[in-house]
Design a protein around this ligand. Structure first.
Ligand SMILES: *Cc1c(COP(=O)(O)O)cnc(C)c1O
Length: 363
């Protein structure tokens, strides 16, 4: 390890989480494992084999760049792009054997033309807009025209919930199945029908259809309210104290001396900052944990470093390990707690951890 600030990913935890998710939905429901944004900071290429070995039918990413990164490492893994791919890149869908989300006849025709040229049927899933108004179409005439294109394999159909309320979810679901039944009446058959992400896959078993799309859940980030699945946080973020010093009452610490010592204290420097993805607004709210003691982060968080108050740690030494995000044991701050303190959500806390801290995989 070239740095003391390290993101540890427990592959066993990811494996167990996948097993629990698969058990929860049963054999008739496929699991599309969402690994966009470098698997929410966990490292998509590094965790992909674990996901596939533990029941993932697809690895889903947001962009072509993310898809190609996985495809380079694994020729055979099924890869799905959840987002829009620009027209000029659609040939890669065919060439690299990637399943693409489509929501327009024009893109369907471009992929069909590429398929015809290379005599390889590209797979697509059609995205239906049932109210979220992000990606998708609800234009039945256009959908029928897309379904009539023979050079592409329309393997699936899906939509996304806005998770506004039970009533709104039901409205979106109904709209989705009405569109599906209209298309099935025309003789269409969809191998996969899917609507749920992590939260809705747990909270609304009736909406699982025959595929779910969990992301957060795989990493042990629990956002569900009604249901339950016993997944555990797979990531730990740790560092080591670079330097310790005594400061006297009234002395300032950090830029603008925005924090001032209320009494004589032991202050230490930690080698991580906002360039590692630590939220800058953790100033005077965050803490790290050393030997089970919560040590408040004090003063302005710098790009590469921050300071904390280690006065309460018995026999504290330079080089002692400090937990930035842990699993909650030993008084460590969970990702859930970090998200509340930083006034964001759990997914943002993990995806914002940059590439700079090395990832270490525990098997
Ligand atoms: C990101 C994403 C998911 C996974 O979301 P989680 O909340 O992390 O489970 C599912 N579906 C779509 C379309 C997404 O963009």
């Amino acid at each position: 390890m070239l740095r003391d600030t390290v993101v540890q990913i427990n592959l066993k935890t990811i494996a167990t989480n996948m097993d629990k998710i698969c058990q929860m939905v049963g054999d008739d429901v496929a699991v599309m494992a969402v690994v966009k944004a470098n698997a929410y900071g966990h490292g998509a290429v590094s965790i992909a084999p674990t996901l596939i070995e533990h029941g993932a039918s697809y690895l889903a990413v947001a962009t072509m760049t993310e898809a190609l990164e996985i495809r380079k490492a694994y020729r055979e893994y099924p890869i799905f792009i959840l987002g829009h791919t620009p027209d000029r890149l659609l040939h890669l869908v065919v060439e690299e054997n990637i399943t693409q989300t489509i929501f327009s006849e024009s893109q369907a025709r471009i992929i069909a033309e590429e398929s015809r040229k290379s005599r390889k049927k590209a797979k697509v899933h059609i995205k239906i807009d049932t109210g979220f108004h992000r990606l998708g179409t609800e234009d039945l005439a256009e959908l029928k025209r897309i379904c009539a294109i023979e050079e592409i394999e329309i393997e699936g159909i899906f939509t996304h919930l806005a998770l506004v309320s039970d009533e709104e979810n039901e409205k979106q679901y109904k709209k989705f199945i009405n569109i599906i039944s209209e298309l099935e009446k025309e003789g269409m058959h969809f191998k996969f029908k899917h609507i749920t992400d992590s939260i809705s896959a747990v909270d609304y078993p009736d909406y699982r259809m025959n595929m779910i799309r969990p992301g957060a859940l795989i990493y042990g980030l629990k956002g569900f309210h009604k249901g339950f699945v016993d997944v555990k946080q797979a990531m730990t973020f740790t560092t080591k104290i670079s330097q310790l010093r005594q400061v006297s009452k009234g002395e300032g610490v950090g830029y603008d001396y925005l924090w001032k010592a209320p009494e004589d204290m032991v202050i230490g420097t930690l080698p991580f900052g906002y360039a590692d993805g630590y939220p800058r607004n953790m100033r005077d709210r965050g803490y790290v944990t050393v030997k089970g003691v919560k040590c408040p982060v004090i003063g302005v968080i710098c790009m590469d470093q921050c300071m904390a108050d280690f006065s309460k740690v018995p026999d504290v030494k330079e080089g002692d390990t400090a937990i930035i995000y842990g699993d909650g044991t030993n008084n460590s701050m969970t990702i859930e707690e970090a998200s509340k303190l930083a006034e964001t959500n759990k997914n943002e806390i993990v995806v914002r951890i940059t590439a700079r801290p090395p990832r270490e995989y525990i098997k």
